[in-house]
Design a binder for this molecule. Sequence first.
Ligand SMILES: *Cc1c(COP(=O)(O)O)cnc(C)c1O
Length: 362
Amino acid sequence: MPFPLASLVRADLAELTTYVPHAGAYAVRLDANEAPPLLATAAREALERAIVPPSFCRYPDATATELREAIAERSGAHVDEIMVGCGSDEIIALLLTALDRPRERAPVATIVTTTPTFVMYRLSARARGIKALEVPLDASWDLAEGSMLRAIEIGRPNLVFIASPNNPTGTLMSLDRLSRVIEAAPEALVVVDEAYIDFAGRSEQAALRARYPNVALLGTLSKVGFASLRVGWVVGPRELVREIDKTRQPYNLCVPAQRGATFVLRHLGAEIARCAELVIAERERVATGLRALALDVPESHANFLWVGTPGPAGEVFEALAARGVLVRSFHARGGRLQNRLRVTIGLPEENDRLLHEIAACI
Ligand SMILES: *Cc1c(COP(=O)(O)O)cnc(C)c1O
């Protein structure tokens, strides 16, 4: 008898597919919002020395205390208000694992998020059988307050996920709208994802956490030059951290990740700020160049640009790829995303190449 796998698999998985980054060799990769290699040689060498485990035989620190202390110093939170994960992706998964009790008379738990936004909120929810309500952003790619409030009222979500600055639009959500969404969901945890905050010029972290008990903030090292380490964190109320920590695997962060991230946070803060400034300056230069080609480019507060193309974005994407420049296209999502590309800011020469090639592709 053949092994009846289908009878064992969670039904929700039928609608999911494995996340596969675009393979292939491209001269210029501007598709994944990674930082360009701007780190100074001395800093890079110091980091290389710092990540080496003192012993290969021993498990890492299951409490990741040094790393959490380094995050606490940077964020002003208490170590008990911090949990670390293998990227913020793991934190998102664990929040959904821990906070999935269905509301009264509802068959499953629900989350509310925006669209377009970071896909992991929906994917991680669906993989756990949690319902995801996605509320379209308004015409300026900001929170559509009325629709958000209705979704919260109707959906009674356990969690609300809002990325600010948002991926893939690069827009910062208005603080007054964000505040009213938080106030409208006093029974839900509102997760504000600040993955791109180093490029934004302002962080809501302290203000929101001080004002609201139902807010948690996500942070990551992935977008500021250390995606290889896979280190992200949540800052939230300690009762929340105590509960979600029960769902974390004790050794979720390996020794090089813990040591590397601690070193980065303790000693490379100025280097991160310097690299982020270069990316911001390049972002403004590239945005100006693209607007000069009559492309619609909303103001970005992240390390990428949200580019409107005159024709179908899929065609521009293919033409750029054929010329060795890989970006991200959202045409497959249809609707108003049909003519949208997301372009990560790279090294100045990579950005020059993008500007040169895209002029020939539109
Ligand atoms: C890239 C990104 C992350 C980071 O995920 P990691 O797992 O930490 O690499 C989180 N949130 C948003 C909105 C992102 O775009």
